[in-house]
Design a protein. Structure first.
Length: 129
């Protein structure tokens, strides 16, 4: 069973979001890392890059498949987890901790209302099985 921390928000594309004021940290959920299996490659944007909701901001590759990463909120990238690019396998071992992907400055905070809380995301996962 996948971990779904209650303090985070989630997307149907299996990204998690932790909001702190007007900044959000984004990562890949435990469900996604488990489905991908052993992650071997990660491509992330640069600081200062801006994205709209739903735009591709990176790629994660595993021994099984490659998957695009989709921006859950509009904003500008303020930090990139460079350690993760060199050690993408951290996504498998610590998806909600050391394996955060990027941090963004929110440009449209109202978009937070479109994300799922932990209970809704768990129900979504249950409906997929």
């Amino acid at each position: 069973m996948s971990q779904v921390p209650a303090i985070l928000l989630y997307t149907k594309e299996d990204e998690w979001i932790k909001v702190d004021g007007d900044e959000a940290t984004i990562g890949v959920t435990d469900y996604a890392q488990d489905a991908l299996s052993d992650i071997v490659y990660l491509e992330l944007p640069g600081e200062g890059d801006s994205f709209g909701v739903g735009e591709t901001f990176g790629v994660v590759e595993s021994v099984k498949a490659a998957a695009d990463l989709y921006m859950p909120l509009s904003g500008e990238v303020t930090a990139v987890n460079e350690e993760l690019v060199d050690a993408p396998e951290l996504i498998n071992s610590d998806p909600y901790g050391a394996a955060w992907l990027i941090k963004i400055k929110l440009s449209e905070p109202a978009q937070l209302d479109d994300l799922m809380n932990a209970e809704a995301y768990q129900a979504y996962l249950d409906s997929r099985d």
